[in-house]
Design a protein around this ligand. Structure first.
Ligand SMILES: *Cc1c(COP(=O)(O)O)cnc(C)c1O
Length: 358
């Protein structure tokens, strides 16, 4: 099976399995797991923050950040395509009574600076909710793994500072940005107040994310993690795999990016598919079905499944492909060939049906 649905499906490397087997652990809720502590120190150093906290998922990392930055009734400015707004089950509202204020994500994943500026309400007006936070996402998942540049991030941070609010970064795939633009990770994180990144995606660890920020912020975050039930006891077994992810699996993300580009180029020859290889910057490819294949995503997906290829169906006209550790050059070539074959067979089939109707 060639599984292109997501980089979350990645299996653990043999180095990870042996690191897990031999990890020295303790009770992390008491702060006594040396492997978790090592991972947290490593993570904080990598992103240039004072402290870090190991959490069970990216969703919990984002939720803790929102709860730490905001009180009940406070307003958070989010992108309308952001993971926080669309894919985290409304946690900020359900649990924190926090009010999300969506503004349009541009096709490159950014939020327009004028839109942002207008969305920040004047907090001394009692008609308005207090704006406390802006949340950015890098790379931007729904926008096709697009990268927010350090310049853009700094610009948003300047605006936030000027208006007295905080900036959180959902950096689930921030290492993909750093590797793709060949810039140190700290360039993308230095101007944000908090950042969450995932170990469980391209970095191939089984479970977990890190929430990073100031010492004061992480002190607050520890209590909130406990409230949410995210305190994990001998979590060092998971952290051990995370350490391998952070120290050994970052550089190889470049392979995923190269293969995604190759895949997009190979598929761009199919006239019924809208795919723009020039916007494939990392490991995510968005495909749009058009012409006589418009709204046939389920059909395409099941034909691919017959050929042992799995893709992510986003809507009846949108598909997503994600490259990762389990996808090699041969798989990419094979997928391109199968797509071409399916589309030419389907075209013939449809033309015949159309003719027989006349
Ligand atoms: C995957 C993802 C998350 C959440 O991570 P989980 O570990 O699946 O909860 C958050 N933000 C973005 C952009 C993601 O892609």
């Amino acid at each position: 099976m060639i599984d292109l649905r997501s980089d979350t499906i990645t299996q653990q490397t043999s180095e990870m399995r042996s690191a897990m087997a031999t990890a020295i652990v303790g009770d992390d809720v008491m702060g006594e797991d040396p492997t978790v502590n090592e991972l947290q120190e490593l993570a904080a150093k990598k992103v240039g923050k004072e402290a870090a906290l190991f959490v069970p998922s990216g969703t919990m990392g984002n939720l803790i950040a929102l709860l730490a930055h905001c009180d009940r009734g406070d307003k958070v400015i989010v992108g309308d395509q952001s993971h926080i707004y669309t894919k985290e089950a409304g946690g900020m509202s359900a649990i924190g009574c926090i009010y999300p204020f969506p503004i349009p994500n541009q096709p490159d994943g950014t939020l327009d600076i004028d839109d942002l500026s207008m969305a920040i309400s004047t907090n001394d007006n009692p008609h308005h909710a207090n704006t406390k936070l802006i949340a950015l996402e890098n790379t931007h998942n729904a926008c096709g793994g697009r990268i927010l540049t350090p310049e853009y991030t700094n610009l948003v941070a300047e605006l936030a500072q000027l208006r007295g609010i905080k900036l959180h970064l959902d950096g689930a795939r921030i290492f993909n940005s750093s590797v793709s633009l060949q810039l140190p990770i700290t360039e993308f994180t230095k101007s944000v107040d908090s950042i969450q990144f995932c170990l469980s995606k391209g970095l191939c660890a089984p479970v977990g994310s890190l929430l990073c920020g100031s010492r004061e912020f992480i002190y607050k975050a520890i209590r909130i993690r406990k409230q949410l039930g995210g305190g994990m006891r001998q979590a060092g077994f998971l952290a051990a795999a995370g350490i391998v992810g952070l120290t050994q699996m970052v550089g190889r993300l470049a392979d995923d990016h190269r293969r995604a580009k190759q895949l997009a180029l190979g598929l761009s020859g199919i006239s019924q598919l809208l795919v723009d290889p020039s916007v494939v910057q990392t490991n995510i490819i968005n495909l749009y079905l058009k012409g006589k294949f418009a709204a046939k995503a389920d059909k395409l997906s099941s034909l691919l499944l017959d050929r042992e290829i799995e893709v992510d169906v986003k809507s009846q006209s949108d598909l997503r492909l994600v490259t990762h550790y389990g996808i090699d050059d041969q798989a990419v070539d094979h997928v391109i060939a199968v797509f071409h074959e399916i589309f030419s067979n389907l075209s013939l089939e449809m033309d015949k049906t159309a003719q027989s109707k006349h």
